[in-house]
Design a protein around this ligand. Structure first.
Ligand SMILES: *Cc1c(COP(=O)(O)O)cnc(C)c1O
Length: 387
């Protein structure tokens, strides 16, 4: 079996696979209700969200979570700002457009983020009601300054929504103290489950905005369809609006337990930081550079790495021949110039998997004509990882 080192879906731990397999529970079974209720409580811990915030756990993709966010806090005709840091921000902008919002996109070249001044100017000029941003854009490996954006939105009397699909649980995010209004993800990224769950937490301000909307969201995406169900499960009662992904929900407390097992969620952020720093040391040893234009923009969940001189997209296949699946480029402007390696979740506890990855990439580079010392790359990795 090859090693899945793409920025989601990720390698799933044996304990999570075990918990999600077997006879699927009914959605009203006592142990299922407990798993659902406990997971909602744990989401507030992982999101660092306030006691009065509302977690939602719905069957679906990360993209569904994005659309739930886009339809519950915007009325048709309202001005919104989307901070563009890559491919997934464009998707968010299109969703807001389809909701009928008047969308202003604050652009930046691949590998960068727009300046705070540019974002502030767009907020002021358009009187935007919502600021949308991608916490980590998976197409560029760029992490935005979510704390600053949330503060900026609050200053402008606007809500802030963050797509955390390639960040949540791995990149520092402090929903309550930053004053963010929606933070969303999908289960197959840093959460460490198979794909199939959309997870998001909404602030009281976001819920209040939904209740003031003139035009209700589509029924399956409406906060108000799901609110009684979430409240009931959290009170360890029954609920039904549409059948949840029961096997996945059953495994969720196990995945959350793994995330929180070393010094809680802060320990999980630190583990991802250390893993990413180690990969960055390995890239340097291989003579490679990142798409992120400055070190502080480089995400801890994945590396978007530029091909060296003379090497191109065929490298991805060469790496796969060595048992490791990495991803090609995604950002349309630079698609053929880089590849992407995910480093989230369970693999950070599997030194053998990390070594296989570093050596497969080094050897593949050599095979493609960029002579690379795999021992030196692995040593550079370990010097940081074991520090
Ligand atoms: C993966 C990803 C998505 C899409 O998630 P799906 O589960 O594939 O729908 C959205 N945003 C970001 C930042 C992602 O990394």
């Amino acid at each position: 079996m090859s090693l899945l080192m793409i920025p989601g879906p990720i390698e799933v731990s044996p304990a999570v696979i075990e918990a999600g397999s077997g006879k699927p529970p009914g959605h009203l079974a006592a142990d299922f209700i407990e798993a659902f209720g406990h997971s909602l409580e744990q989401m507030r811990v992982i999101w660092k969200a306030s006691a009065d915030s509302q977690p939602f756990l719905v069957a679906g993709s990360g993209t569904l979570a994005m659309e739930i966010a886009a339809t519950n806090v915007v009325d048709p005709g309202e001005p919104v700002v989307v901070v563009q840091t890559g491919w997934f921000s464009d998707r968010m902008a299109e969703m807001a457009r389809r909701r009928g919002a008047r969308v202003t996109v604050v652009e930046s070249p691949a590998g960068e983020t727009p300046s705070l001044d540019d974002i502030a100017a767009a907020m002021t000029k358009t009187r935007a009601k919502v600021l949308f941003a991608t916490h980590v854009d998976t197409s560029t490996g760029v992490r935005c300054d979510a704390a600053a954006y949330a503060a900026l939105a609050t200053e402008h009397g606007a809500l802030s929504v963050f797509d955390g699909v390639c960040a949540t649980a791995a990149e520092r995010f402090d929903m309550e103290s930053w004053g963010a209004d929606i933070y969303l993800t999908g289960s197959q990224k840093a959460i460490g489950l198979p794909a199939g769950l959309a997870l998001l937490v909404a602030s009281p301000r976001a819920l209040a905005k939904r209740s003031r909307l003139a035009v209700a969201p589509p029924m399956t995406m409406d906060f108000e369809s799901w609110l009684p169900i979430m409240k009931s499960y959290e009170a360890r009662g029954k609920g039904y609006f549409a059948t949840p992904a029961t096997s996945l929900v059953k495994a969720l407390p196990v995945a959350f337990g793994e995330l929180l097992s070393e010094d809680g969620i802060d320990g999980c952020f630190a583990r991802h930081q250390r893993g990413a720093d180690a990969f960055r040391a390995a890239w340097s040893a291989m003579g490679l550079s990142l798409v992120a234009s400055r070190p502080e923009l480089a995400a801890n969940t994945l590396s978007a790495v530029r091909y060296p001189e003379g090497v191109g997209p065929s490298l991805v296949g060469r790496i796969a021949e060595r048992g490791v699946v990495v991803a090609g480029g995604l950002h349309p402007d630079i698609k053929t110039e880089y590849f992407r390696v995910g480093h989230m979740g369970d693999v950070l506890r599997r030194p053998d998997a990390l070594e296989t990855t570093v050596r497969a990439i080094a050897d593949a580079l050599t095979a493609e004509g960029h002579a690379t010392d795999a021992d030196a790359a692995w040593k550079a990795f370990c010097d940081v990882f074991e520090r």
